[in-house]
Design a protein around this ligand. Structure first.
Ligand SMILES: Cc1cc2nc3c(=O)[nH]c(=O)nc-3n(C[C@H](O)[C@H](O)[C@H](O)COP(=O)(O)O)c2cc1C
Length: 232
């Protein structure tokens, strides 16, 4: 993990390409980690001089936001501060200083990235609390991340694709897509979602008959990960 200075505009061709890679699975042997690692390996092979920043949100969780964080956010909103380089102006008390000390390195990593790779399991139809805590820390009002590519490598126990009975319950991909587009102004074409489904077929006797479909999904995810990582 590295920490970079705050950079407010999307990275340019004069800086080395940078990949911010987040993991969020509580498991070490994890399908989302596997797919995310494949994306990162392909990206590194394509960008030998690139900077790969890895942050494991499950092993080293970021704290939940507290009241002082909300005061920073309120100040930014009230004073119509949209340039992240000016967020520091919101710090007025020791508690806010402590909150900012958590935010600043997370935000610097995000803003320095050309590509944001998020490897995430589905937990209870959505994303893990560890990932949500990171999103809450780094997200400020009217913050655009347009110009960056977002890749999500997901894993889930069941099947949630279009046309399946569980599709309406997918608040993992749906949430991330809506948030990237709706809050960060990331166009649809700059987002890639790939992943492994039916992981529970390995443990749930009721899903044992779906192991073939799980294997196929995992193989497709790894292929998509390699192709995507090389194309970024
Ligand atoms: C706390 C928890 C909640 C889960 N909730 C769901 C769920 O709502 N839907 C689902 O399909 N699978 C669910 N699963 C199964 C995981 O999505 C599945 O094990 C997946 O492979 C986890 O990703 P990973 O392999 O990267 O750890 C859950 C697993 C855990 C541990």
């Amino acid at each position: 993990m590295t920490t970079q200075s705050m950079q407010t505009t999307p990275p340019t061709q004069t800086t080395p390409p940078t990949l911010l890679h987040l993991d969020a699975s509580a498991r070490r042997r994890s399908f989302s980690r596997e797919a995310g690692d494949a994306v990162a390996a392909a990206w590194r092979a394509t960008h030998p001089g690139g900077i790969h920043v890895h942050r494991d949100l499950a092993r080293t969780p970021v704290p939940q936001i507290g009241e002082a964080w909300t005061e920073l956010c309120d100040h930014v909103l009230e004073h119509e501060i949209t340039d992240p380089a000016r967020y520091r102006e919101a710090v007025r008390t020791p508690a806010q200083e402590a909150a900012w000390a958590v935010v600043e390195p997370l935000l610097a990593e995000l803003l320095a990235a050309d590509v944001v790779l998020i490897a995430t399991p589905m937990y209870n139809y959505s994303v893990p609390a560890s990932l949500k805590a990171w999103i809450d820390q780094v997200t400020f009002p009217r913050m655009s991340l347009a110009g960056r590519r977002f890749v999500v490598a997901y894993a889930r126990g069941g099947a949630y694709g279009p046309g399946t009975p569980r599709h309406p319950y997918d608040h993992q991909e749906r949430y991330l897509r809506d948030f990237f587009a709706g809050h960060f102004a990331v166009p649809e074409q700059d987002m890639t979602f790939l992943g492994t489904e039916l992981a529970n077929s390995l443990t749930d006797p009721a899903l044992a008959g779906r192991r073939g479909a799980h294997d196929a999904s995992r193989a497709a995810a790894l292929e998509a990960a390699r192709t995507t990582g090389a194309s970024l």
